[in-house]
Write a protein that binds this ligand. Structure first.
Ligand code: ATP
Ligand code: MG
Length: 307
């Protein structure tokens, strides 16, 4: 049975971790696996250097079918900001124009407002979840720092909008021109819904490989996600070297010992159940290899299957 979210609403699976650890591999494998079980799945990459095209050639900045039951999209900054303009651009321009002598290109400057791009990137995910086109959305997120900045910007944005609204209410009697209250309120409501999506409909998978930095950053990331109120579903340890692959090789043995230290730290300190993937001889890019990855990810150590 597919794992269902409260009220059977479509759930968001967030895949994150340090750069290069295997996020795209894990996200693609999970998305293909869910689609293979009959779910309608959307795989979204928001990593500007995500390289989803390595696995799904032809993936673009518009959602398109890449396998049976699976659509994929590589969201770019341009697509995200165009959506923002479409939704709020004209309204913002009209409000500003009534208060200040500005031209339409003021919107170009506004695109740089902190938190705006993140807000619309997340609103894309929210729209996908609410569209009823998908049973599941898998989000291949940017590396650690980017993901945290995105989440923090969201909370800050909400605070700013709340304050902007209060400030405007105080000034209302003095300002002439278009009333920005509905705009601010609409925006604040959207941000509130995004925060609810992250806190109630999202499950995070944090990926690391058994090395110092990916493990240390991955553990910090899990703590941060938890503080933010995002549920942790799995902690993936990728690229674990098979212990006996090279008998008598001193360098290999040393590497395995080094990995063991960080693997132990990951297993002991991770607040989420751990799933492990071995180092494969060839990069797991084709559907068969990804199927093997998914099988290991969804199989509990006691053999129970759980997706
Ligand atoms: N277990 C594995 N064995 C062998 N190769 C792997 C394994 N996992 C991932 N790779 C390969 O390592 C490279 C990086 O993996 P991937 O692109 O999934 O990482 P990422 O975390 O998404 O990277 P980025 O932060 O750049 O987006 C890819 O070429 C991938 O095929
Ligand atoms: Mg990637």
């Amino acid at each position: 049975m597919a794992e269902k979210y409260p009220g059977s609403v479509t759930g968001l699976r967030l895949i994150t971790g340090k750069g290069g650890v295997g996020k795209t591999t894990v996200a693609s494998a999970l998305a293909l696996h869910a689609a293979g079980r009959g779910e309608r799945v959307l795989l979204v990459s928001t990593d500007p250097t995500g390289a989803l095209g390595q696995i799904f050639p032809g993936v673009t900045d518009g959602a398109r079918m890449v396998a049976r039951g699976l659509e994929a999209v590589e969201l770019t900054r341009r697509v995200v900001l165009d959506r923002w303009r479409e939704r709020f651009g004209e309204e913002i321009y009209q409000v500003l124009r009534s208060l200040l002598p500005v031209e339409r290109d003021v919107l170009d400057y506004l695109e740089g407002v902190p938190g705006l791009e993140e807000e619309f990137l997340l609103s894309y995910l929210l729209d996908a979840l609410d569209s009823e086109r998908y049973d599941r959305v898998v989000w291949d997120a940017a590396p650690t720092a980017g993901t945290l900045a995105l989440l923090e910007a969201q909370a800050l944005f909400y605070d700013h909008l709340t304050q902007a609204h209060r400030l405007y209410l105080k000034l209302q009697g003095y300002l002439k021109g278009a009333d920005p209250t509905p705009l601010i309120e609409g925006w604040r409501a959207l941000t509130g819904r995004i925060l609810t999506m992250l806190r109630e409909r999202t499950r995070a998978w944090v990926v690391a490989q058994p090395e110092r930095l990916p493990v240390v950053q991955g553990l910090e990331l899990m703590a941060a996600l938890d503080r933010f109120g995002i549920a942790l579903e799995r902690a993936v340890l990728n690229r674990v070297l098979p212990e006996d692959a090279c008998p008598g090789c001193a360098f290999y043995a040393a590497k395995v010992r080094e990995q063991r230290v960080w693997a132990r730290r990951w297993r002991e300190e991770s607040p989420a159940p751990v799933r492990e993937l071995p180092e494969f001889a060839a990069a797991p890019l084709d559907p068969r290899a990804l199927d093997e990855v998914a099988r290991r990810l969804v199989q509990a150590p006691n053999g129970d299957s759980h997706a």
